[in-house]
Design a protein around this ligand. Structure first.
Ligand code: FES
Length: 145
């Protein structure tokens, strides 16, 4: 299995590891199949993502994608952050091996879960944001239906 230099860099030196104590939104998503768990914290002010941090208990690709996903959403509006899909994260990392694509889905879903939490806490609706799942295996199942 070949990893790009960017994946290796974000795996070895992950950005934004940690938590935000006064986060505006927190999202936790797991993958029951591999047992990996990702938690994303967002600090949002005036609709702008001021800060993003994560904790990932998972494989190297999950660490790299959460690192890149948090980097990509920082400074963006909530709406722009929705464009940070697993595809966008993979592109920013110069790709992932096919068996590791699901790890990037974990990053997208954890991000969405944090945005969902933020929206719920503030009684707002973020257009285009679907209710996140807590286990991405459920998501795959759903998509296959
Ligand atoms: Fe589970 Fe990568 S193997 S997230």
């Amino acid at each position: 299995m070949e990893y790009s230099e960017k994946v290796m860099d974000h795996f070895m030196n992950p950005r934004n590891v940690g938590e935000i104590s006064d986060a505006s939104g927190v999202g936790t998503v797991g993958n029951a199949k591999c047992g990996d768990i990702m938690k994303v914290y967002l600090k949002i002010e005036n609709n702008i993502i001021e800060d993003a941090k994560f904790k990932t208990f998972g494989c190297g690709a999950a660490v790299a994608t959460s690192s890149m996903a948090t980097e990509l959403v920082k400074g963006k509006t909530v709406q722009e952050a929705l464009q940070v899909t697993n595809k966008a994260v993979m592109e920013a990392l110069d790709g992932l091996p096919p068996v590791k694509v699901h790890c990037s889905c974990l990053a997208e879903e954890a991000l969405h879960a944090a945005l969902w939490d933020y929206a719920e806490k503030n009684g707002i609706v973020i257009e285009g944001l679907k209710k996140p799942v807590s286990d991405i295996e459920a998501l795959h199942h759903h998509e296959a239906e």
